[in-house]
Ligand binder design. Sequence first.
Ligand code: DOR
Ligand code: ZN
Length: 343
Amino acid sequence: MDKLTLIRPDDWHLHVRNGEILRSVIAHTAKQFSRAIIMPNLKPPISIVKQALIYRQEIIQALPVESTFSPLMTLYLTGSTTKDEVKKSAESEHIHAFKLYPAGATTNSDSGVNNIKSIYPVLEAMEQVDIPLLIHGEVTDNNCDIFDREKVFVESSLSNIVKNFPNLRIVVEHLTTKEAVDFVISSSNKVAATITPQHLLFNRNAILAGGIRPHLYCLPILKREYHRQSLIKAATSGNPKFFLGTDSAPHLTGAKENSCGCAGCYSAYAALELYAEAFEQENALDKLEGFASFFGADFYQLPRNTQTITLKKQPWTVPDSYQIGNETITPLKAGEDLHWKFI
Ligand code: DOR
Ligand code: ZN
């Protein structure tokens, strides 16, 4: 097989930032995807409908002129999110979900939620209007080993949320562990998950292969090989609970190659090629279309796309960096070869 044609996919978890970074990265996503769920962790966070609509306009203005790409906006849950805002979000055709960051879990999460139980009334309102909750599933306890933070979150918080709000649609974002995969499989069809390309392609050894590799540092952090195997199995299983969400998270090269480097991998430049690489290794390219183009749309209750895109089997070398004004962003797999090319 040297060509792969798919219904045009969507990215169900994406960071595009704002300003100059946004203007530099958005064309990469708009080229490959029809729609993307836009993460709200800006500074300050996008926490009300009004801000999200302004941010949406900024994204649309940054698109190449001929692009028909559609940003799907989300709101950042804080301790002060009101039920009234939930109602407003449900009335807006542009708001598609709320994002829960446990405070301190990751980039720009300081305004996140300290005590998840305290926002239960807001979750109840979300359940009533049927707007999905997207979860960064890690505990923030510094005493908890960083490699256990997702597993402990599943046991201590996620299972309670699911139990208390059985009709709330939940996306457990960027799964990294077997425990989280098993939890999603054993939950009702209201619970789904996204999986990133880096968690399918790498295990935690890659972060420290011959030296420290800051461009493979993301959160939740890469895990052991058996967790990666479990993610591969889930993504290629054809189970509609698992769908594509790149978590492409651009940071300037200097912010990553730093004594305290930022978390996030930039994958939007070749998102589908990276997933194709992972699916091909598993001999499961026939499962890519459901994962990339159908299951997310179905879960979000949006129409499936109808146009197609094509990948060609054609080796090419990933650039060392992409220019952002006078600075650069270093992509995932910089300088390495990929075997598929979006045409
Ligand atoms: O690695 C990550 N980067 N994980 C996140 O949860 C946030 C993201 C970012 O915004 O940079
Ligand atoms: Zn993210």
